[in-house]
Design a protein around this ligand. Structure first.
Ligand SMILES: Cc1cc2nc3c(=O)[nH]c(=O)nc-3n(C[C@H](O)[C@H](O)[C@H](O)COP(=O)(O)OP(=O)(O)OC[C@H]3O[C@@H](n4cnc5c(N)ncnc54)[C@H](O)[C@@H]3O)c2cc1C
Length: 385
């Protein structure tokens, strides 16, 4: 299926073909095993780094490739080809949510200590915002960082954190002014060490990723690990939301496109009532509807991406892209599974995993309901409080 007016240059397309080759050669063949083991090896980060894939958008001076968000966008789409949402999620958390705040808000010393080794695949990052009592409502977070001589002492618990077991450092949202609401939040870069314990969670999908609860018990964090300004954490959260949501939209578009192609191939080959499935109008029409959904999602996502790269503040367009693509991806996977019949329900078929993996999209990175709330405000249809 041709892409609608893609924002990518020939150089981006060259990157696509080399990233695709690497993923199909080095990662995809292991997807099934990693899913069963509920873990993908940490060496995956080193392998990606050797290809330059952990630093596409970061400057050469930090070991990155000096590219732009379009280079990263290519990788976000191509990661669907790993065939393991969990592996893509672990890589995505490292490059799309854990390291960007350090790049944008970190001191030079923090960049050298965390961003440079993260780009080399030597230190793995996680972003810790969500807590048992605070998900969509970020201002309700209760992890406390109390000022002490030379730094902070952190106590509290984070949950549903991607890379939560393996991460060497956690970019952690903490309350530094308890009564401050949104304006009482700061970020600390917390090293794994004394007082930091993780326990893995079991999930519907994303099996290869280590989603975890992380608890902090009297963890001393030195002053130099304050990321951005004191009580400026909400700004830091907001700064990367647009990219995180675009990355999720791009991931969905990549996954949808691949699922459509594979399902169309299956439907051309599978026989029922003396004809291929595509010989039945209901299946042809379903495939036509699904192709329309892939195309629509791609158009909306590329439009938001183009605006984002041009330096606009495309809050509405990115929010719409996230809202549209995540639900559409899950619905498409469900329809593809249906076309596979009983085979679609079997572990050995890729679609069984893809359908489970797609369910996270409407929840993570800001749920569908929160996207609608943002749009309600942006479209000026929310009553003032
Ligand atoms: C596999 C996985 C990986 C994740 N990775 C990370 C990570 O790396 N780092 C991290 O910090 N977090 C991570 N998360 C957390 C994720 O961002 C949250 O789960 C998400 O923001 C929703 O928060 P919650 O689960 O607390 O749900 P809640 O906020 O409790 O919401 C419950 C339901 O109520 C709805 N709701 C909430 N508020 C409103 C409202 N105002 N109006 C209407 N409906 C509302 C929600 O949409 C949802 O349907 C991950 C989650 C999962 C499942």
């Amino acid at each position: 299926m041709s892409a609608p007016n893609p924002p990518f240059s020939d150089e981006h397309e060259e990157l696509r073909s080399s990233a695709r080759g690497f993923i199909e050669r080095e990662l995809a063949p292991h997807a099934q095993q990693w899913e069963e083991e509920r873990w993908f090896p940490n060496e995956v980060f080193a392998k990606l780094a050797a290809q330059g894939l952990l630093g596409l958008k970061y400057p050469d001076s930090y070991g990155g490739q000096g590219g732009d968000y379009l280079h990263e966008a290519v990788l976000c789409e191509e990661m669907a080809r790993i065939g393991s949402g969990g592996t893509a999620a672990g890589i995505g958390a490292h490059i799309n949510i854990a390291t960007p705040p350090i790049w944008k808000f970190g001191s030079e010393e923090q960049k050298q200590a965390y961003l440079v080794p993260a780009i080399r695949g030597e230190r793995i990052g996680a972003l810790g915002i969500t807590e048992p009592g605070a998900g969509s409502d970020v201002a309700a977070l209760g992890t406390r960082a109390e000022r002490v001589d030379g730094g902070f002492v952190v106590n509290g618990e984070k949950t549903y954190i991607t890379n939560g077991v393996r991460a060497d450092f956690i970019v952690t949202a903490v309350k530094t002014t308890p009564e401050g609401g949104h304006s009482g939040i700061s970020f600390l870069i917390v090293d794994r060490g004394e007082g930091v314990t993780s326990s893995a969670l079991h999930k519907l999908g994303w099996h290869a990723s280590d989603t975890a609860t992380i608890s902090f018990q009297d963890v001393f964090v030195p002053e130099q690990r304050l990321l951005g300004g004191l009580n400026d954490g909400f700004k830091l959260i907001m700064a990367n939301f647009q990219w995180e949501r675009l990355a999720m939209a791009l991931g969905a578009v990549g996954a949808m496109s691949l699922a459509w192609e594979r399902t169309a191939t299956f439907a051309r080959e599978r026989q029922a009532f003396g004809r291929p499935l595509t010989g039945h109008q209901a299946i042809r029409h379903k495939l036509a509807d699904l192709a329309t959904s892939v195309y629509t999602c791609r158009c909306v996502t590329y439009d938001a991406l183009r605006r984002f790269v041009a330096g606009e503040d495309p809050l509405r367009e990115v929010t719409m892209a996230k809202l549209l693509t995540q639900r559409a991806c899950f619905e498409l996977m469900d329809a593809c599974l249906q076309i596979h019949g009983g085979a679609g329900y079997m572990r050995e078929y890729w679609i069984e995993r893809a359908a489970r993996d797609a369910r996270l999209g409407p929840i993570g990175g800001g749920s569908d309901e929160i996207m609608r709330e943002i749009l309600g405000r942006a479209l000026d249809v929310a009553p003032s409080r």
